[in-house]
Ligand binder design. Structure first.
Ligand code: FES
Length: 239
C-alpha cells in the first residue's frame, strides 16, 4: 500500500465527520422523534432570548468533539493527515517532512490546549451517563412495556463503543492507577491494579475503539434519520 493512502484516508474521514457533525448541529429543530439522534443527547432547553442560529446541541457537543480533537491518538492521526508532520513512518519520510526535525518545538500556540484532554475525559463521563439513560429509554417506550427494536440495538451498540473509547483513553490509565507508584501500599491495591491492567489492555486497542465509535455515531444518526423520514421501517424484534 502506498505510504500516502493512510494519511489521505484519515483526512477524508475526519473532514466528512466534521462537516456532518456541524451540519446536524445547525439542523437541530428541537422536534422530538421516537429516537433521539446521538448528536442531540442529552437534550437541553434554551431560553427564548438566545438567537436562532444558536442551537441546543452546541452547548453539549463541544465536550465530545473536544474530547476527540484533543485525543492523543487522533492528534497523531490528524497531524499526519492535515499537516504531514510527519506524513508516515516510512524510512524516507524525512524527505517529505515540511520542516527540519531540529526545528520541532512541540505542541505550541493553539495546540497547547490539547493539554486539557483529561478534563474532556471527565466531561465525557457526564455525556456517557446521559447516553446510557437515553439508551435505556429506547427499550421502554413512553406508553409502557418493553421492546427491542433495531434502533434500540443500534443505540446500545453505539453507547458501548463510545464507552470503550472513553475507557481505553490514555488519561484513563492515569486516573485509575497510573498515578500510583505502589499498589500494595494503598487500600484496595490489587483491585486497583487489576483495573489499571484492564484499562491498559484496552488502551492498546484505543485506535480501533476511536474509529469504531466514530463510525457508530455517524451510522446510528443516519439510520435514525431514515426511520424518522419514513424511508425505512424500524424493525421490531421483541415487543
Ligand atoms: Fe484518545 Fe483519551 S487518548 S480519548
Amino acid at each position: 500500500m502506498p505510504w500516502w493512502v493512510e494519511p489521505m484516508t484519515v483526512a477524508a474521514v475526519l473532514v466528512i465527520f466534521g462537516v456532518y457533525s456541524f451540519t446536524v448541529i445547525l439542523l437541530y429543530d428541537g422536534e422530538y422523534q421516537e429516537y433521539l439522534s446521538p448528536f442531540y443527547s442529552p437534550q437541553v432547553g434554551l431560553p427564548e432570548w438566545v438567537p436562532g442560529f444558536i442551537t441546543a446541541p452546541m452547548f453539549v457537543l463541544w465536550i465530545p468533539l473536544g474530547f476527540r480533537a484533543t485525543c492523543y491518538y487522533y492528534r497523531k492521526a490528524y497531524y499526519r493527515a492535515f499537516f504531514w508532520d510527519p506524513p508516515a513512518c516510512l524510512a524516507g519520510a524525512q524527505k517529505r517532512e515540511p520542516r527540519r526535525a531540529e526545528n520541532y518545538r512541540g505542541e505550541r500556540a493553539l495546540f497547547v490546549l490539547n493539554n486539557v484532554h483529561r478534563y474532556f475525559l471527565y466531561g465525557s463521563w457526564v455525556i456517557l451517563a446521559f447516553l446510557w439513560y437515553d439508551t435505556a429509554l429506547t427499550f421502554f417506550p413512553p406508553d409502557g412495556g418493553f421492546q427491542v427494536k433495531v434502533g434500540s440495538l443500534l443505540w446500545l451498540a453505539n453507547v458501548v463503543l463510545l464507552s470503550m473509547y472513553s475507557f481505553s483513553c490514555h488519561s484513563m490509565r492515569h486516573v485509575v492507577g497510573g498515578n500510583k507508584d505502589c499498589y500494595t501500599c494503598i487500600r484496595g491495591g490489587n483491585a486497583r491494579r487489576r483495573l489499571y491492567n484492564a484499562v491498559s489492555r484496552q488502551n492498546a486497542h484505543h485506535p480501533t475503539w476511536a474509529w469504531l465509535s466514530l463510525f457508530s455515531v455517524l451510522f446510528t444518526d443516519i439510520y435514525l434519520r431514515l426511520i424518522a423520514a419514513g424511508v425505512i421501517p424500524d424493525l421490531t424484534i421483541i415487543g
